[in-house]
Design a protein around this ligand. Structure first.
Ligand code: CP3
Length: 345
């Protein structure tokens, strides 16, 4: 198996910089659409053979150094008791937002095998099929990001209801976040037991918080997840991706993660200085840089590699998900360039 990604996570020597791409299984690939047309997005997440097939597509097509489980961060929330819909053009919707005590009390903690067995089955299929290829990354949302979907009832711009609960009903907020955290710990432990070889915790919206609110309302729950997982095993590296979290890096360092994911708004050389060898770093090319002409794309990739020099380990990635309009040939070229430009002589 290609262990370059796992080694970089742990700060061990590598022959070249490994790369995977957030949302690498998805709508920019015609092969994804072929499988996706068989049903809805949630049907795809819940059909292990098909979910496994689209997980492997970017490994074969692009040559990335890791596979990421095909699912969605919102899937476990549905099993906590919050009905979930994915609407065309609108994205995820929770028709009954969680905003009061009764709604929080009614949420349960799903059992990974009994309630989310399709995710665990997908992981088991993938481990069999990826055996000699690349490691498999499992994932979850971070409690704050998951809570925003439940409280807002879907995606949001202002996060008004979430912040109102934080400020006006802090005990309710804490109880909701505690339940989501308990659910996430069980869910990620289930993924490890099923065979996930690394985990990424996506905190997609945490960048909307003031640093003091991050310290109080988001980070403690992430830390509790990582502490619980590390008590189970030290073998599975954990990546914490705080999107738009450039001002939160000093605090994120105390999360216990092995790797900090960086969005494209930060300079990696500054992150390297801040983390001072305590963790590896992942990122952070601007996703739309994949639309640059090849010579400029090459320059941009070289810049990211140069900025990351001095990190104890670097995993190349985009600063956020690849967009559906991307030309797969450009993604393929980026993988090739990262591998060749970073190869140690
Ligand atoms: O990275 C991968 O290849 C693995 C699969 C994956 C998906 N979602 C598939 C998906 C992962 C890791 C996610 C995580 C996820 N889901 C996040 C965190 C990452 C991030 O982008 O910040 C978030 C916030 C979600 C919630 C979500 N899921 C939204 C807001 C949407 C709609 C917007 C959109 O991009 O369409 C989704 C749907 C979704 N998740 C799709 C895919 C491939 C598109 C569904 C389709 O095929 O129609």
């Amino acid at each position: 198996m290609n262990t370059t990604f796992l080694n970089a996570c742990q700060g061990l020597p590598v022959d070249y910089t490994p790369i995977w791409i957030m949302r690498q299984a998805g709508r920019y690939l015609p092969e994804y659409h072929t499988v996706r047309r068989k049903g809805s997005f949630l049907d795809l997440c819940k059909t292990p053979e098909n979910a496994a097939e689209v997980t492997i597509q970017p490994v074969d097509i692009l040559g990335v150094d890791a596979a990421i489980l095909f699912s969605d961060i919102l899937v476990p929330l549905e099993k906590m008791g919050a009905p979930l819909e994915f609407r065309e053009k609108q994205g995820p919707v929770f028709p009954t937002p969680i905003r009061d005590r009764a709604a929080v009390e009614a949420l349960g903690i799903p059992d990974p095998e009994d309630d989310l067995g399709y995710v665990m089955d997908t992981i088991r299929i993938l481990r069999r099929e990826l055996a000699d290829k690349v490691p498999l990354i499992g994932f979850s949302g971070a409690p704050f990001t998951l809570a925003t979907y439940l409280i807002e009832g879907g995606s949001s711009k202002s996060f008004f209801h979430t912040k109102m609960m934080m400020y006006k009903a802090p005990e309710l907020y804490r109880d909701l976040l505690t339940k989501i955290t308990d659910c996430t710990i069980a869910y990620l432990q289930g993924q490890i037991a099923a065979g996930a070889q690394a985990l990424q915790i996506f905190d997609s919206w945490v960048g909307v918080l003031a640093p003091c609110d991050f310290a109080e309302f988001a980070l403690p729950y992430v830390r509790r997840i990582i502490t619980a997982l590390k008590a189970t095993t030290s073998e599975v590296p954990i990546i914490y991706f705080a999107n738009n979290g450039g001002t939160l890096i000093d605090q994120s360092l105390t999360s216990g993660a092995d790797v900090l994911g960086c969005d494209w708004r930060v300079r990696l050389d500054e992150v390297v200085r801040q983390v001072a060898g305590q963790v590896s770093i992942q990122g952070n090319m601007e996703p739309l840089a994949l639309f640059l002409p090849p010579d400029k794309l090459k320059t941009r990739i070289q810049m990211v590699l140069d900025e990351a020099r001095g990190a104890r380990g670097h995993i190349f990635n985009l600063g956020h998900g690849i967009v559906p309009e991307t030309d797969p040939e450009q993604a393929k070229l980026a993988v090739h360039l990262v591998h060749t430009l970073s190869r140690r002589k």
